[in-house]
Design a protein around this ligand. Structure first.
Ligand SMILES: [Zn+2]
Length: 267
């Protein structure tokens, strides 16, 4: 889904190709998924799910294309931002690392600098691992300290890898929870992305930090997500922004509400 200043354009996703996936995944792993239809995320051979995984990755590339072609300033792909997928294994419901793949293409084929903000409740470990050695990618993950996958407790400024773990107020190195903590993290991201001279922003807009979501205790509200979105657009009025949905575990209530409200406020 792509928005321009005055209109909304719906684009069809496509399957990511083997050559594209090989930019961020091992060939053995791609064979496992695409040929043998297996990963650790499901049991048995599931051709339907392996095709869906390739479609999720391809959809993010369609969204990226619309930004690179100047057709849109905001591109939204809710099945995107599978941020736990790693080089040669799947993890945390994530099979192919679409954000890392899109960043690889944008930086190496189009000479762009990409800053990735991930405010899913869980650390964006896959995206971070797969882009850490790319000097033209900055990652910044806001997540709940101590929950899956358990990483993301420190930053590596030399590699433009930043983590902003949130925990209970008062503990060492932790900066509280709730909407104020989210906005503080987003503010810090904007400072860093500005210093980095980012040409493109990717946002892993996980909805699982919502107060009602069972997978976290971050206590974010829809109003907090909207405030973060408005702040981001205010700081980067002309920068193309790619939004992926990442996680969210209330499919009939707060998850789509967060995604819709956040994306509308960015667009
Ligand atoms: Zn998550």
């Amino acid at each position: 889904m792509v928005s321009t200043d005055t209109s909304l354009t719906i684009s069809e996703p496509r399957l990511a190709t083997r050559a594209e996936l090989s930019r961020v995944h091992s060939s053995d792993y791609i064979d496992d998924v695409l040929d043998r239809h297996v990963t650790g995320q499901w049991s048995g051979a599931r051709p339907d799910l392996s095709e869906l995984a390739a479609l999720f990755a391809g959809g993010t590339l369609v969204a990226l294309d619309s930004l690179l072609a100047g057709k849109a300033k905001t591109a939204i792909h809710f099945p995107g931002a599978k941020h736990h997928a790693q080089y040669d294994y799947s993890s945390g419901f994530c099979v192919f690392a679409d954000f890392a793949l899109a960043a690889d293409i944008a930086t190496k084929d189009f000479s762009k600098k990409v800053a990735i903000l991930d405010f899913d409740a869980h650390h964006g470990d896959g995206t971070e691992n797969l882009t850490a050695d790319n000097p033209n990618v900055l990652t910044f993950s806001i997540h709940e300290k101590g929950i899956f996958p358990g990483t993301g407790n420190s930053s590596l400024a030399g590699k433009s890898v930043y983590n902003y773990p949130l925990g209970d107020q008062g503990n060492e190195g932790e900066v509280g929870k709730g909407d104020e903590a989210l906005l503080r993290g987003v503010t810090r991201f904007c400072e860093l992305a500005n210093e980095f001279n980012a040409d493109l922003l990717f946002i892993a807009a996980g909805a699982d930090g919502h107060a009602e979501d069972p997978l976290s205790s971050l206590q974010f509200t829809v109003g907090g997500y909207v405030a973060a979105a408005k702040y981001l657009r205010e700081k980067f009025p002309d920068t193309p922004i790619l939004i992926g949905g990442a996680g969210g575990y209330l499919p009939d209530s707060s998850t789509p509400e967060v995604w819709a409200a956040f994306s509308a406020a960015v667009a």
